[in-house]
Design a protein around this ligand. Structure first.
Ligand code: 1PR
Length: 561
């Protein structure tokens, strides 16, 4: 058996790759010192996070030169995301402060930021197609499905240009908006993907497996030039609209961690609704978090989200059950996983302080891909608006600096505030929704932010919050609605449009899904990149497959599994 090594430079969620390989039955060893490179027959570098952070860490740990030597030796290398980008000559990720940051210069081209032309969101986050640039050659063992989707999450990319040296390196291309970029490269024993096979469901697992099993070709020192192939953009890109299954998790009165679901954030049984009088007022129990997550993964959920809905009450690092839920779920699900609740600076009961970055780091190490920040984001933006300047010390800033903005979701819990449309002259008049048709015609309202699961309203509108957290470095917004939560009346399209028009980052519509058609409606009626539901999935009223079928019939791009 060839000795398979994984390189972890100390950032991001590398647990997912390890879990994928375990699932596939492959043994591996982590590179723990520079000497380990000499023992490796195959090497995977699952880089996650920021380019400079990766290069600096490799350098500080003395891993950069051994990595160069490994690559020059011609032994097989599989780079993932930053593990692909470090092969390039430079990245412009830190151009504002540092200028171009040099990479390993194996590929003589640079990595630049996606354009936002046409209003497209950056990061490019979600499931998109990787298309082979050339027909598969004999002896090529890599299993990339022609028509399948893989999970991407990045703001920087190498644009495909047939007249540049990239032509010789490009294995697959992918289209985002009207940009065609290089989504995987291959020369000799070097293979690397911009997307994350370890997060790409069954298609990604097959790809990883094929690379690990592929025979090791003799190290070919010579570089193979390839025929020039042009790849102009198609009218429409292949980015799928994502369907997310969300589990609100909390401890019930018996002390068990359960998935619950509220009506407008009230998760307790109403007196008279429950079967027995003694159960009246009990926390609704809709199942166990890990088994439900595994079920949704199998059913084709594009992402899984856990929200620890009472974590504001205690220190999340002491919340071992939640950490073990994440660890156990990461062994079962191979699509992105978001964890929310209690991501903030905290102090343990014994007085030990922890930063939000530490809390997030604990979840990432257990297998989370993104953390979601709720209440704390509201306080951060209030402070930003008051002081007029960033501190660099908020959880959003620190986590996005260390792990990349794509790892930071802000979860918004707004509530409508109705006002008199004729007389209102308050600070939110530019943000008022004033329907002229439908049941709310003639009314007017704005959306107010809340904290602590809707228990407290704050003097901040959703537009202020959305713009503020984007400035601080959030990479995605989860737009809940207390008014719609659990009602089954459909997503609040006014709310989603209001926020989507205020920011450039991707948004997830949440709250109110009652049928598969509501997903079609939100994707046709807004530019949301994803839609999330809880109750209809937990109660088995609508399956994820039915949602995808309805979307497909409605000509929406769905993930190709
Ligand atoms: O403030 O950073 O500790 O985060 C707490 C997190 O917990 C926030 O993301 C907040 O939205 C969430 N949360 C707090 N209390 C509740 C509650 O329900 N009492 N749940 C709560 C929020 C909203 C969605 C829900 C959708 C879809 N739940 O996640 O799943 O509304 O539901 P539906 O499809 O059934 O309509 P912090």
């Amino acid at each position: 058996m060839p000795a398979l090594y994984l390189l972890d430079y100390g950032a991001g969620n590398v647990a997912s790759l390890a879990n994928s390989l375990k699932k596939l039955g492959h043994e591996f060893t982590w590179i723990s010192s520079p000497d380990d490179f000499a023992k490796a027959d195959k090497l995977i570098f699952p880089g996650v996070g920021a380019f400079k952070h990766a290069m600096d860490n490799l350098n500080q740990k003395g891993l950069l030169d051994p990595l160069r030597e490994y690559l020059a030796s011609g032994r097989p290398y599989f780079g993932i995301c930053i593990g692909m980008q470090v092969l390039f000559a430079a990245s412009m990720e830190h151009a504002d402060t540092e200028g171009p940051v040099p990479g390993l210069s194996v590929i003589p081209c640079s990595i630049e930021r996606f354009s936002t032309e046409g209003g497209k969101a950056v990061p490019h986050m979600g499931w998109n197609q990787a298309e082979r640039l050339r027909p598969r050659e004999s002896g090529d063992e890599i299993d990339i499905g022609e028509d399948l989707s893989y999970y991407f999450v990045h703001s920087y990319r190498a644009t495909y240009d047939p007249d540049s040296p990239l032509n010789d390196w490009t294995y697959t291309t992918t289209q985002y908006g009207q940009e065609v970029f290089v989504s995987s490269v291959n020369q000799g024993n070097i293979f690397a993907t911009q997307f994350h096979p370890e997060k790409s469901g069954p298609a990604g697992l097959r790809l990883l497996d094929s690379w690990v099993r592929a025979p090791i070709n003799p190290p070919s020192a010579s570089f193979i030039p390839r025929s020039r192939v042009s790849r102009p953009p198609n009218a429409k890109d292949g980015l799928a609209k994502r369907v997310i299954a969300c589990m609100d998790v909390r401890t019930n009165d018996e002390g068990d961690l359960v998935v619950t679901k509220g009506d407008q954030y009230d998760v307790r049984e109403k007196a008279g609704n429950s079967l027995t009088a003694s159960a009246a007022g009990a926390v609704r129990n809709l199942g166990k978090p890990v088994s439900l997550a595994a079920k949704y993964f199998e059913a084709g959920a594009d992402e899984i989200c856990f929200l620890n809905i009472t974590s504001f009450r205690s220190s999340p690092l002491l919340d071992q059950p939640m950490l073990s839920v994440v660890r156990a779920a990461a062994n079962e699900i191979f699509v992105p996983m978001t964890i929310g609740g209690g991501i903030k600076d905290t102090v343990d009961p014994d007085g030990t302080p922890h930063t939000a970055l530490e809390v997030a780091g604990a979840y990432f190490r257990e297998g989370a891909d993104k953390v979601s920040i709720g209440s704390e984001a509201v306080y951060n933006v209030e402070a930003l608006l008051k002081d007029g300047k960033q501190t660099g010390k908020t959880g959003i800033e620190m986590i996005s600096q260390a792990y990349g903005s794509q790892a930071v979701v802000v979860s918004i819990d707004p509530r409508r505030v109705y006002v008199d449309p004729e007389t209102y002259d308050g600070p939110y008049k530019e943000e008022l929704i004033r329907p002229t048709t439908g049941p709310e015609a003639g009314k007017a309202w704005w959306y107010q932010c809340t904290v602590s699961g809707g228990r407290e309203s704050r003097p901040l509108s959703v537009v202020q919050l959305a713009k503020g957290v984007e400035q601080l470095g959030a990479g995605e917004l989860l737009i809940n609605s207390i008014d719609r939560d659990g009602t089954g009346k459909g997503f609040d399209l006014d709310l989603v449009n209001l926020i989507k028009n205020a920011v450039r980052i991707p948004v997830v519509a949440s709250s109110g899904a009652g049928s598969e058609q509501h997903f079609v409606e939100v994707f046709n009626g807004t530019k949301a990149e994803a839609a999330l539901a809880a109750g209809i999935f937990h109660r088995g009223e609508v399956g994820i497959g039915a949602v995808k079928d309805a979307m497909s019939k409605g000509s929406l791009n769905i993930r190709r599994i």
